[in-house]
Design a binder for this molecule. Structure first.
Ligand SMILES: [Zn+2]
Length: 356
């Protein structure tokens, strides 16, 4: 897939093509922006363009190098499994082509052994084709030692060698690394771009594509991986809980907290719960329905929005947000859910008939 086939990011792609055209691609680039929008895909494509045997400003897609990289990209899962089976951290410097490395965290981090392998590759091995690319994914996971080991290579790589660092957490990247890279900022993908790609490239039905897009937060990766049946079932359970919440007695509250704590994906549950509460708050304020994320279940949410519950929904959404943060900080799941359910009842100050 040439650069133009990577979804969205037109300005970034134009700048890259321009630089490739003139043979002026910086030797160290940092692709920064939200998760799942195509940064790594584009970095690999730039690497392909550098190595392509036919064209100098984009991947031709047909020469043996282009084909080889495309095949390797399609079998990334296998390459990772091989790396996992090895004891060497440097096995996670995945080789997509003799002149193209994709470096990924070996466990949690990109380790100094991996950095050293890059340094010796860059310093001692000459490359086969026109250029060489080292793509470092999740570059913010470089350990301090690994980052330090890389500094010199980043600063003065041999001619034709290009580093492409990819991160969704630029702030977590050591300043010494950041300052040596030219930064390209990626934005979230526009909803229309994600929606049409889901339909045209992944064969998703238009209705399903709309739902996935609304919930993807601009990440194509999230939209593709989204399991809408599991999502709908979980959401159904949560709507039922909201509808009953006002009527819960002591035992009912314990039961509700237990139900939440037992869910396979409590963080997802809280995210969905928050989006439902935000929608109820929006509808309660008289916002147009199309602004609601869960527009497909509006007939369930509207009655909740019309009552006293609607006026407290925004506050309740914040309560859920606090619980989500506590969960993310590894607080005890059961305790978090107990406190959430009690908190919701306390915030609402409502009982029974007042609820809906
Ligand atoms: Zn080619």
């Amino acid at each position: 897939m040439p650069l133009s086939d990577v979804l969205g990011h037109e300005r970034v792609k134009a700048a890259l093509r321009h630089a490739l055209d003139r043979g002026r691609l910086p030797s160290a680039l940092l692709f920064s922006g939200p998760e799942g929008v195509g940064k790594r895909t584009l970095a690999i494509e730039v690497g392909r363009a550098l190595i392509c045997e036919q064209s100098s400003n984009d991947a031709c897609g047909q020469c043996s190098s282009c084909l080889r990289i495309a095949r390797a990209s399609d079998t990334l899962a296998d390459l990772r499994a091989q790396a996992q089976a090895s004891d060497e951290p440097s096995a996670f410097n995945l080789r997509l082509h003799p002149d193209l490395l994709l470096v990924e965290p070996s466990t949690e981090t990109i380790r100094v052994e991996q950095a050293r392998a890059i340094v010796s590759e860059v310093g001692e091995r000459s490359f086969e084709g026109r250029g060489r690319a080292i793509v470092i994914d999740d570059a913010h996971r470089l350990t301090e030692q690994a980052a330090n080991a890389l500094l010199k290579s980043l600063e003065e790589p041999p001619a034709g060698t290009h580093f492409l660092l990819v991160t969704a957490s630029t702030e977590a990247l050591p300043a010494t690394i950041r300052s040596r890279c030219q930064r390209l900022r990626f934005a979230a993908l526009p909803p229309a771009t994600i929606e049409s790609a889901l339909v045209e490239r992944w064969g998703v039905s238009p209705e399903e594509a709309r739902l996935r897009t609304r919930l993807s937060g601009g990440s194509l990766k999230t939209a593709i991986a989204f399991d809408s049946t599991a999502y709908r079932n979980l959401r159904e359970e949560l709507i039922g809980l909201i509808e009953r919440w006002g009527e819960l007695d002591e035992l009912g509250r314990l039961d509700a907290a237990q139900t939440l704590a037992d869910l396979d994906e409590p963080r997802d549950a809280l995210r969905i719960l928050r989006s439902l509460l935000r929608d109820v708050a929006l509808l309660s304020e008289g916002a147009a329905e199309e602004h609601a994320l869960n527009i497909d279940v509006r007939e369930r949410l509207s009655p909740l929005a019309a009552g006293a519950f609607g006026k407290r929904a925004a506050e309740l959404a914040e309560q859920v947000e606090r619980s989500a943060r506590a969960l993310a900080a590894n607080a005890h799941r059961g305790l978090v859910m107990d406190m959430l359910v009690d908190g919701v009842v306390a915030v609402s100050g409502l009982r029974g008939d007042d609820w809906a």
